[in-house]
Design a protein around this ligand. Structure first.
Ligand code: SF4
Length: 606
């Protein structure tokens, strides 16, 4: 099989040792790459009930067969670990340059374990691996760290690093790459910080070639053509147009999940971004879609602030969710999170949750360090962010995420907290898109939009894979089969390590059959779509086995209580709730299709 190195680099930071292990062909065939190999390795090599911030936890970076080629949407990497935010399976994906460099350096997988006695960064230059002192980098932000390593090593070297939030074990700390791409969700940055690993710097000079170049090229050309038409908006505006779309749909979480429509949405819209701050496009390695937006604030209190973004999810988390209609302040919040190394979705949620508790009188001024918190007050929000990253005062409480903050406050706060399995949700209110309630509830990493992407078929009113079947976004049980199929499809996408933006429900351009053709062209195998479906189902079952092993039961597969009892306000979904009985019906049906018992236990033995 071409397009694999068949090599796994294993690094032990405690002993400062590394070795290279061969990956067997049968494992590559059975698990493909990315998420497949990630969960296989975690189940085999990570003990049960290991503390996520202990030396024993693993960081398993993995790519798929497409990385290293200049294929649209083929520049990602995944990292798999036990999450310090949720305590269950952690997975996070990053564009940029890290994945392709890992592959070109000669590895499909990099496993990091142990803890270094002092701050360290790993330098990987093809077959050479060095443990380098990072004492001078400890405390530096992510942008500075990347600049210093490039200056000291080689301008071509590509850096994945943590900021101070990762060093301080903020549970939603991220890992940064190319000053704007992140392994954002689930706290991989905190795991890296717990290992005193400041950065991984990689340079690869290898070459990857598809087995069937002609077929590969046909698929590539097809994708390039489609990217000029159906993916055109991504190139022009990035992900930002979703903010207006979601507000119009009445499902944009606003003022900490009180409302579904944001009256100031035009101030933070894609058009406003384009007019006021966007200066150009940025792309991941070899991707012509270039959906990243490079922004700079020209005037006012944030003049000179530069960031890649804000993406839609950041416009939501620091915009509508915090009641902020000031685009430049959101750009600043984005820059602070990127530099200090925090996931913007979780950071925005934890700040908005604190505001919610303060406004309702559950938290007093004294508890929050003398600050007065209110929705829309971006100045105070910006003051809180460094406190979280450095764990100062009230920031130390917020640094553990919404679930832990709610536990600390207790009482009413626990009923207001919005999370699933400890992960704060992205920008889709399930009261306005009912399928999202099940998708959040059963996502293996907690409330997540990417494991199913079910909002998209709901927003366009069409089935993800059957163009003639209509979808009603206020329907419940009718959507369960589609959610299962989407979950399997995106498991395959995350196993192949493809970017979702070339694998969108309804429009593709790559859906089941095209991904199968691509896989065959890359590897020279001749599998059928049904075979890949079976592989995806198996990987999903293995992830569930991991989560059940770590204590997940049916009680963890529910949306936040607030969605049942508090009707959404404003907009076209005004008055809607998630109906508990209908949700139970969805969950039972999902378990039945998956072959799990009533408590959510799979029969698969691993
Ligand atoms: S579509 Fe965007 S996120 Fe996906 S690989 Fe291309 S540039 Fe990166």
């Amino acid at each position: 099989m071409k397009c694999y190195n068949r090599r796994m680099l294993r690094v032990d930071l405690t002993k400062k040792r590394f070795f290279v292990e061969e990956i067997r062909d049968e494992d590559l065939k059975g698990f493909i790459g990315g998420k497949g190999l990630g969960i296989k390795i975690l189940l085999e090599k990570l003990g049960k009930n290991v503390s996520p911030l202990s030396p024993e936890n693993l960081l398993v970076f993995a790519v798929g067969p497409v990385e290293g080629l200049t294929f649209p949407g083929g520049a990602k990497a995944g990292v798999f670990f036990k999450s310090p935010l949720t305590g269950v399976f952690g997975e996070s994906y990053c564009g940029g340059t890290f994945g392709p460099q890992l592959k070109l350096a000669g590895y499909d997988v990099l496993i990091v374990t142990g803890v270094s006695d002092k701050p360290t960064y790993l330098k990987i230059f093809d077959g050479e691996v060095e443990f380098k002192d990072a004492s001078h980098l400890w405390g530096r932000d992510a942008y500075e760290t990347e600049d210093i390593i490039k200056r000291d090593e080689d301008r071509r070297i590509q850096v994945a690093c943590i900021g101070p939030a990762g060093e301080n074990l903020v549970r939603f700390a991220c890992i940064n790459n190319v000053k704007g791409r992140q392994f954002g969700r689930c706290g991989a940055g905190a795991v890296m910080g717990s290992k005193r690993l400041k950065a991984i710097a990689i340079l690869g000079t290898g070459k990857i070639e598809p087995e069937n170049f002609e077929e590969y090229n046909r698929i590539r050309e097809y994708l390039l053509e489609k990217s000029k038409t159906i993916l055109k908006s991504l190139t022009e505006y990035g992900t930002a147009p979703m903010i207006t779309l979601m507000s119009k749909a009445g499902a944009l979480p606003t003022r900490y999940w009180r409302e579904g429509e944001f009256e100031e949405v035009e101030k933070i819209s894609a058009e406003t971004m384009k007019k006021n701050v966007v200066k150009g496009n940025r792309a991941c390695y070899g991707c012509p879609i270039a959906c990243g937006k490079f922004s700079r604030v020209e005037s006012g209190p944030f003049a000179g602030v530069e960031v890649e973004g804000p993406e839609f999810e950041t416009l939501y988390s620091f915009g509508s969710l915090c009641g902020v209609g000031n685009l430049e302040a959101i750009v600043k919040a984005n820059e602070v999170c990127d530099r200090l190394g925090m996931d913007t979705i979780s950071a925005g949620n934890v700040v908005a949750f604190a505001i919610e508790c303060f406004e309702r009188g559950i938290l007093g001024e004294e508890a929050v360090g003398g600050l007065r918190l209110s929705f829309g007050d971006w100045e105070t929000i910006l003051k809180l962010l460094p406190k979280i990253a450095y764990r100062e005062g009230f920031g130390d409480v917020l640094a553990d995420g919404v679930r832990e903050v709610a536990k600390r406050i207790g009482g009413e706060a626990e009923k207001l907290a919005v999370h699933v399995k400890g992960l704060e949700p992205p920008a889709y209110d399930p009261r306005g898109i009912k399928a999202k309630a099940l998708a959040y509830a059963i996502s293996s990493r907690g409330a997540c939009h990417l494991r199913h992407f079910v909002h998209r078929p709901n927003l366009v009113g069409k089935h993800a894979f059957k163009k003639d079947v209509a979808v009603d976004r206020f329907s419940h049980e009718e959507q369960v089969e589609m959610i299962v199929e989407l979950e399997d499809f995106y498991t395959l996408v995350d196993t192949m390590i493809l970017c979702r933006f070339v694998c969108l429900p309804v429009i593709g351009p790559l859906l089941w059959d095209e991904v199968t053709r691509l896989y065959n062209a890359l590897t020279g195998l001749n599998v059928k779509t049904e075979d890949l479906v079976k592989t995806a189902v198996k990987i999903n079952q293995m992830v569930r086995v991991f989560n059940v092993r770590e204590g997940v039961t049916r009680k963890d597969d529910y949306p936040p209580e607030r969605f049942y009892r508090e009707p959404l306000k404003k907009g076209v979904a005004d008055g809607h709730v998630v109906e508990k009985e209908r949700f139970e019906g969805m969950l039972n049906k999902y378990y039945r299709i998956r072959g799990w018992d009533r408590d959510g236990k799979p029969s698969l033995k691993v």
